[in-house]
Write a protein that binds this ligand. Structure first.
Ligand SMILES: Nc1ncnc2c1ncn2[C@@H]1O[C@H](COP(=O)(O)OP(=O)(O)OP(=O)(O)O)[C@@H](O)[C@H]1O
Ligand SMILES: [Mg+2]
Length: 232
């Protein structure tokens, strides 16, 4: 299995304020598939994604990616994993305010071994016309598309998206999701998308449901719908 999560546990706080953000989660993800994570606010979705992306560490349990234990890797190996293998779209974008749209994307492509074509990515996400603007001069949806471009430009093995289309209208959402489908098909990228939109779950190969830090289910989609056919 490509990504193997075993007995993953993470708690925040202590005593009365203790929260089990991840409560003994076991999950296996296959390479080249699209997964959608659904679950109520506060259920542990972002925590799980951060762990898969090597942004945070488990309290106990283990995560292996392609046979490598990333949950116990040293700092250098973690950085290398994040830089080379993972593209991350954050819930709150995390664009660099002092860099233009194009520069925000270039900081990633410049250090990538095998980046995609910047023009192709910017065109596909419909942000070429904003290339010289700064993040604060963009709407939320435009910023979100820049964040997606930045995650994709390095052509990562694993693409992790926290609220991929949260700030987008249905037309922009469809365009972004179509591009995601295309990337998955062309590069066999393993993609995990957190969303509150049940409709998006239809384009996944499998749907993961999280509740109170626990895995409620992980079910293969019998009738996968391409992004084109989603009712958003
Ligand atoms: N740094 C932190 N310190 C304390 N508690 C935290 C921290 N990060 C997350 N939590 C708690 O852990 C639980 C899971 O949070 P998480 O962000 O994973 O939820 P989520 O499913 O992504 O929610 P949302 O849909 O609102 O983004 C929540 O109860 C949250 O309050
Ligand atoms: Mg979240």
């Amino acid at each position: 299995m490509f990504i193997e999560i075993k007995n993953a546990t993470k708690t925040y706080g202590a005593g009365e304020t203790l929260v089990k953000a991840l409560d003994n989660v076991n999950l296996s993800l296959e390479e080249g598939r699209i997964y959608v994570i659904l679950g109520p606010s506060g259920s542990g979705k972002s925590t799980l994604l951060n762990m898969i992306g090597g942004l945070d560490r488990l309290e106990s349990g283990e995560i292996t990616v392609d046979g490598r234990d990333i949950s116990h890797a040293d700092k250098k190996k973690m950085t290398q994993y994040r830089r080379e293998d993972v593209g991350f779209v954050f819930q709150f974008y995390n664009l660099i305010p002092d860099l233009t749209v194009q520069e925000n994307i270039e900081v990633v492509s410049d250090i990538s071994k095998n980046p995609m074509d910047i023009k192709e990515v910017m065109d596909a996400l419909d942000i070429s016309k904003y290339s010289t603007r700064f993040p604060k001069e963009l709407s939320g949806g435009q910023q979100q598309r820049v964040a997606i471009a930045r995650a994709l430009i390095k052509n990562p093995k694993i693409l992790l998206c926290d609220e991929l289309t949260g700030a987008l209208d249905s037309k922009s959402s469809r365009n972004v999701l179509k591009f995601i489908d295309k990337v998955n098909e062309k590069f066999h990228t393993t993609i995990v998308i957190i969303t509150h939109n049940e409709a998006i779950a239809q384009m996944a190969d499998a749907v993961i449901r999280i509740k109170d830090g626990q895995l409620a289910s992980c079910t293969d989609n019998q009738q996968k719908v391409s992004a084109d056919g989603l009712e958003l």
